[in-house]
Design a protein around this ligand. Structure first.
Ligand SMILES: O=c1ccn([C@@H]2O[C@H](COP(=O)(O)OP(=O)(O)O[C@H]3O[C@H](CO)[C@@H](O)[C@H](O)[C@H]3O)[C@@H](O)[C@H]2O)c(=O)[nH]1
Ligand SMILES: [Mn+2]
Length: 590
């Protein structure tokens, strides 16, 4: 811990040989900086990142008790010093007391210019999250996020809207804390329920909830909670009455230096035993039980009726690193998808959400839980074109007008959708296309693996570990993107390789059959080959990744996928021998 800054300004020195910057007129005091390392012991589940964040929330409550908390990953840093202020503007603006967090987009550095594996995630950060902003607010994505401390403590917002009826069209406003102006009439047709006591245990008065059962046995922590709530209020709350609001400038008052007792208490709250028999990780703080703790933590807040805000600044607010190596990227996507499956099989599945969540927000959260399961259909989709080439049977009996019209309509809709997304969000076509490609790559490798892993956890109780994303080391003199070309074998690569092999063999078989058949049906072939090719171009970045820099692929990869492709092809011949077999045998050169 750095010594807390003194209350008097400390001026720097003149420039000299050692110091090149003249700081004679600059106040060089540093804000309080504390490095915290929590206690970890064998036999105690440390609950990964969520556990780390909860330890931090508690120590900071005792040491500084800031009403707002910025959270960054270890591989992210501040890129725009004004970002915090932008976030605070939302929090302290009128109506800002309903905001639980302000999420900034994740931006990355050190990614290959081609963004081969869609690391920038442009569609997610510039289309989906921005769209969420029009609902109840974006999901929490784990980093670059300013929180309201009391929202993290599991309290409800001061006011909330409940959505009743089919699709949640009927709205009901509820006051969850003491109304400040009870006489004030609500405008509009919306019904008003004043103060509801005991509606839900969440909604009792804030002070009466300070039970050690919930937050643990630290008195200083309990005492800090109402203070944080008060400090987080709007400067001008209650439309003019300054009684409830926080006086202007009160956040700028210098803090008392820490005494030994405070430090001792801070150490107490990061001990292993502290969370025993409390609600930390269950209702309070970052929520345990999923490797994507971020989504769950944000979901719980939205579920209580809080809103969040998406804040995109002109200059990136924060920047971080992302894995540019194929294997690392697949493992990252695997972890995310596994987290989603965990959410799907838990009480955090959006079908159990409360009335305080908007209908479309529910749909969006439901999608977060279910998307890995769509990989089953995606896998079928990738093998179907090959199947039709092997059998000589096209997906439809013949290329009829009806089929072509449907195909045209679907293709047009897809293009229009893409156009809309691109025009609206300002991402490039390249970014969009990379995203499409990586969706298929992840969808045929990491997503089905996540479904299996998730089922294993649910059925057999096998725990899922949080494998850290490999952080690239840039200190060597190698060239910038050496990581990109590194080929590290992973089991996740088997299905996409199999898909590629099967489709390529299928194209060859299809072409051969048509060439040697008595009445070649070229239109059928073109149809079939087109869909196979469509699958293959999606997998192109993946194929490139396998090649490494010099086109070296571990032999095992070829052996296994070759084996699998042959088995599948043979199986097919056994199940239904191609009808044109005789023609092959009969064929003779003239
Ligand atoms: O036991 C653990 C494991 C991870 N972390 C932290 O978790 C963060 C994210 O880990 P990283 O390996 O960088 O994973 P990413 O895939 O880059 O992270 C994304 O996905 C995670 C959820 O899977 C979120 O928690 C992150 O915020 C989000 O950036 C890092 O800051 C780590 O310090 C811990 O504190 N303790
Ligand atoms: Mn990371």
């Amino acid at each position: 811990m750095l010594a807390p800054p003194s209350s008097e300004p400390v001026m720097g020195g003149m420039a000299d040989e050692m110091n090149f910057v003249d700081t004679a007129d600059v106040d060089i005091r540093l804000p309080m900086l504390v490095y915290v390392s929590r206690e970890k012991r064998p036999g105690y589940d440390h609950n990964k990142k969520a556990g780390a964040m909860n330890a931090l929330v508690r120590t900071s409550a005792i040491m500084s008790n800031g009403p707002f908390i910025l959270n960054l990953d270890c591989d992210h840093y501040i890129y725009n010093s004004l970002a915090l202020r932008e976030g605070m503007c939302f929090m302290l603006d009128r109506g800002g007391d309903r905001i639980c967090y302000v999420q900034f987009p994740q931006r990355f550095e050190g990614i290959d210019p081609n963004d081969r594996y869609a690391n920038h995630n442009a569609v997610f950060f510039d289309v989906s999250l921005r769209a969420f902003d029009g609902l109840q607010g974006p999901m929490y994505v784990g980093t670059g996020c300013i929180f309201r401390r009391v929202a993290l403590y599991g309290f409800s917002p001061p006011r909330a809207t409940e959505h009743m009826g089919w699709l949640g069209r009927r709205k009901l406003k509820v006051q969850l804390r003491k109304p400040k102006n009870p006489s004030k009439k609500e405008k509009g047709k919306e019904e008003t329920k004043p103060c509801i006591n005991g509606y839900d245990s969440d909604d009792e008065d804030i002070e009466s909830q300070l039970l050690s059962r919930r937050f643990g046995n630290s008195d200083s922590l309990l005492e800090s909670i109402p203070v944080a709530e008060f400090q987080g209020r709007l400067v001008q709350d209650g439309h003019g009455s300054t009684k409830e609001g926080r006086p202007a400038g009160s956040l700028a008052v210098p803090r008392e230096p820490l005494d030994a007792a405070a430090v001792a208490e801070a150490i107490n709250v990061i001990s292993c035993f502290y969370e025993d028999k409390t609600e930390w990780g269950r209702r309070v703080g970052w929520i345990y039980g999923s490797v994507t703790e971020d989504v769950v933590t944000g979901y719980r807040m939205h579920n209580r009726g809080w809103r969040s805000v998406y804040c995109v600044t002109k200059r990136d607010a924060f920047r971080g690193t992302a894995p540019i190596n194929l294997t690392d990227r697949l493992h990252q996507v695997l972890r995310w998808a596994t987290g989603s499956v965990e959410i799907f099989f838990s009480r955090n599945n959006a079908i159990f959400s409360s009335r305080r969540m908007k209908f479309l927000q529910k749909v969006a959260y439901f999608n977060v839980g279910i998307y890995p399961f769509t990989s089953i259909f995606l896998l079928v989709y990738c093998f179907l074109p090959a199947l039709s080439l092997f059998t000589g049977q096209f997906i439809v009996q013949s290329l009829s007008i009806m089929f072509l019209v449907f195909l045209l309509l679907i293709t047009l809709t897809l293009s229009l959708l893409a156009l809309l997304e691109i025009k609206w969000s300002g991402i490039t076509l390249h970014e969009w296309w990379r995203n499409e490609q990586f969706w298929l790559i992840g969808g045929t490798s990491a997503h089905p693996a996540a479904v299996l892993q998730g089922l294993l956890k649910v059925i057999a109780g096998v725990d899922i570990s949080f494998t850290l994303t490999t952080k690239s080391s840039n200190d060597e003199n190698e060239d910038d993107f050496a990581e990109l070309y590194m080929v590290k074998w992973s089991f996740l690569m088997v299905p996409p390789i199999t898909i590629m092999m099967v489709n390529m063999i299928a194209i060859a078989v299809g072409v051969a059959r048509t060439m040697y058949s008595e009445i070649p049906q070229w239109s059928k072939l073109v149809g079939g080959v087109f869909f196979s090719f469509w699958v293959l171009i999606h997998l192109y970045p993946f194929a490139k990744g396998l090649m490494g820099r010099r086109g070296r692929v571990p032999t095992i990869v070829f052996v296994w996928s070759g084996l699998l492709s042959i088995i599948i092809s043979l199986l097919w011949v056994y199940i239904s021998p191609p009808s044109s077999k005789i023609q092959y045998i009969k064929f003779q050169f003239p």
